[in-house]
Design a protein around this ligand. Structure first.
Ligand code: 5RP
Length: 220
């Protein structure tokens, strides 16, 4: 089974968690795209979706699925998204697709975060995948200096402006043993909008697809 088939399988598996008449928060990326393809078949069952990006919004609109503004949503029971890495405490690195800020806001507003991922995303220690940080451009040197002081190697993601008008730094060479501490620390650097560490808001449930054992469900 290739990686895209694993993403497709786990996207489909998430459908059984969708309750009738509910509103769903949805992330961004290729795994989520598979989930949306499957959601198309049960779209009449749901009230609408809070979307984390233009990519996701455009796909949902193509299927005629109603987009809702988070500010107008009272209860968001569920948020479905993938990750770039997820550890055994259900902390994640996200932001490979540069949608981390809206993803973190919607995930934090949701009662339950279901992470859908193929087995390649499961790690013992976060940090092999470069950690994305969305920052305000003027803070680039300041943030870089502080991240280098704590041992990271910073690369500016060229040609990317986020939907919020900011830039992304990717941090290499981190071995993240205390994700909550690091998330708090990076968040405290002036100019940082969002760090792609999801530790304060972990996943509650992980659906993981594996070529040998199918879909495994892991709860926190
Ligand atoms: C986007 C994300 C995605 O969840 C992450 O990059 C995984 O993407 P994919 O499903 O394409 O592997 O955080 O900002």
């Amino acid at each position: 089974m290739d990686r895209d088939s694993l993403k497709k399988a786990v996207g489909l598996a998430a459908i059984k968690f969708i309750q009738a008449d509910s509103i769903i928060g949805i992330g961004t990326g290729s795994t989520v795209d598979h989930f949306i393809n499957a959601l198309d078949f049960i779209k009449y069952k749901i009230k609408g979706v809070v979307s984390s990006s233009e990519q996701t919004t455009n796909k949902l609109k193509k299927f005629g699925i109603k987009i809702l503004n988070l500010n107008e949503v009272k209860i968001l029971p569920i948020y479905i998204d993938s990750a770039d890495e997820i550890d055994h405490q259900m902390c994640m690195i996200k932001g490979g697709g540069a949608a981390l800020t809206k993803e973190k806001i919607i995930a934090s507003a949701a009662k339950q975060f279901i992470c859908i991922a193929d087995i390649s995303k499961r790690v013992n220690i976060l940090g092999k995948f470069p950690l994305p940080i969305e920052i305000i451009d003027i803070s680039r040197s300041l943030v870089t200096e502080e991240i280098e002081r704590i041992g990271g190697t910073v690369r500016y993601r060229k040609g990317v402006i986020t939907e919020n008008g900011n830039i992304i730094l990717d941090v290499y060479n981190l071995s993240i043993k205390q994700p909550e501490v690091l998330e708090q620390h990076i968040n405290s650097i002036p100019g940082v909008v969002t760090v792609g560490l999801f530790a304060a808001r972990k996943a509650d449930l992980l659906l993981i697809s594996n070529p040998s054992s199918g879909i495994e469900t892991i709860t926190r």
